[in-house]
Design a protein around this ligand. Structure first.
Ligand SMILES: Cc1cc2nc3c(=O)[nH]c(=O)nc-3n(C[C@H](O)[C@H](O)[C@H](O)COP(=O)(O)O)c2cc1C
Length: 442
């Protein structure tokens, strides 16, 4: 593998690498299309730029948003993005990934309402943009502190440190969990969110269910059974007349071999037959927008978030990151073009640095996706949407450099943000983490 160093000085350098690897990506120099609104349900998105969900590990012990949580979302809104997809928020104590993960419940809902209000105010006062706000509801599952799983797989159990003899969550427990999601949706409406995301990506519990080919009972085996939980939750939210848009973040493919992965063939390569079927069915059930991610960051981070520099615990990517970016964007394209009326939010732009704007504009123009989403880039460069919309480009000196330090922080449950561009706030927790790790290794 060649030594990786991002050195594109111009779009021509990017185009040359696309040619070198025989990849196609649409590129449009006029990025104004990204400023256009689009309807996604009860409201329009004010523009086509989304902030992807990014956990900050800064909730208060009761699950309420903390000071840095408010700071993060106000910065995103001041930055002009039309869609702000709030990070993974637990639906119960059991669902929590770590003790500083957000958790919406009867006691914290008023604090979520304050967060929503502050976020909208920051958008409206600074740009006249009232961002569309989605809350991502989650049950952490095997990657959470309680390590609750839907199905066993030897290699995944080993890598996620799950006891191979641990009983899986029962059908009765899953039925009760459906109601936890409905209760959380009701609270999300009360807090003022525009939509709820029933999170099904990155192999947390519900994502694992989609790939639970070997699970017996009503939530495993057939496609109907593996998608039952999701459809039941949607139908229950509707039956309860909770007046909120329903959306989700879905993995296009898990990167795990059939019969353990969702959207995968026997080699773990993408097979989107079922994901496309599901997205069509969801559209017919009334879902107007879906956010597509991919792979399993705990197993193959280079596929889920292409990077140049591995995290301290990571590995050098075995492929050029442009190949990873292309894979993510192409899988989104396949889904968007299979269900053309669905508003598909794409993922995987941060590694492209400032050229993400022109690639994003090409993607929207050629209908590879209708909205482009920024994850790590948003930590580094929260006002990227304003620069794209008002100046027609992103600034080179503000972009994410895919150094993976935010992943190091999150992976170790430390306050998480951009160590490079937001250094006053995030260098101290990063240095503390490095010190702790050095001591552990000594
Ligand atoms: C520190 C960190 C936290 C993340 N938190 C979430 C999350 O709460 N929910 C989620 O669906 N994805 C989460 N992701 C994944 C991102 O939303 C995104 O899919 C990924 O970073 C790839 O997009 P990018 O190339 O723009 O960064 C997280 C990623 C990182 C690095």
């Amino acid at each position: 593998m060649e030594k990786l160093k991002f050195d594109y000085k111009s779009l021509d350098d990017l185009k040359a690498d696309l040619q070198r690897f025989d990849l196609d990506l649409p590129i449009e120099e006029d990025v104004s299309i990204l400023g256009e609104p689009i309807n996604v349900g009860k409201r329009d998105l004010p523009n086509r730029i989304a902030i992807q969900p990014m956990e900050g590990c800064d909730a208060l012990p009761d699950g309420s948003p903390g000071e840095l949580t408010f700071r993060r979302y106000e910065r995103f809104a001041r930055g002009g993005a039309g869609l702000i997809w709030f990070e993974a928020v637990a639906v119960s104590e059991l669902a929590r990934g770590i003790d500083t993960q957000l958790w919406i419940n009867e006691n914290t809902v008023d604090n979520f309402a304050k967060l929503v209000e502050a976020t909208r105010k920051a958008g409206i006062e600074n740009n006249g943009v009232d961002p569309y706000l989605v809350i991502q509801l989650t049950f952490a599952g095997r990657y959470g502190k309680h390590k609750i799983i839907a199905v066993h797989e030897e290699e995944i159990d080993r890598r996620s440190k799950v006891d191979p003899n641990k009983p899986v969550i029962t059908d009765e427990e899953l039925q009760a969990l459906e109601d936890d999601f409905v209760a959380a949706a009701r609270l999300a409406k009360q807090a003022g969110f525009d939509a709820v995301d029933i999170k099904h990506c990155h192999r947390y519990l519900l994502s694992e269910l989609l790939g639970a080919h070997n699970r017996p009972g009503m939530y495993g085996g057939s496609y109907e059974n593996r998608t039952r939980f999701l459809k039941n939750v949607i139908n229950k939210i509707k039956a309860a007349n909770i007046d909120i848009d329903i959306t989700m973040r879905l993995n296009s493919w898990d990167g795990i071999k059939y019969p353990y992965g969702w959207g995968c063939d026997e080699n773990g390569n993408p097979d989107l037959t079922e994901p496309k079927r599901l997205v069509k069915e969801l559209y017919d059930m009334g879902m107007k927008m879906i956010n597509i991610s991919g792979s399993t960051p705990y197993l193959d981070p280079h596929m889920s978030r292409p990077y140049d520099q591995p995290s301290r615990f990571g590995y050098t990517p075995p492929e050029h990151p442009l190949i990873g970016v292309h894979r993510l964007l192409s899988l989104v394209k396949e889904i968007q073009q299979a269900v053309p009326d669905m508003v598909v939010v794409g993922t995987g732009y941060s590694w492209l640095r400032q050229f993400a704007a022109q690639v994003g504009a090409g993607i929207v123009k050629e209908n590879w996706a209708k909205v482009i989403g920024f994850g790590r880039a948003a930590f580094a460069y929260p006002d990227l949407a304003n620069d794209i919309i008002k100046q027609g480009q992103m600034q080179r000196n503000k972009v994410c450099i895919t150094c993976s330090k935010c992943s190091d922080l999150k992976g170790n449950a430390r306050l998480t943000g951009c160590v490079v561009r937001d250094n006053k706030v995030y260098v101290p927790p990063y240095l503390e983490l490095m010190k702790d790790l050095d001591q552990q290794e000594a």
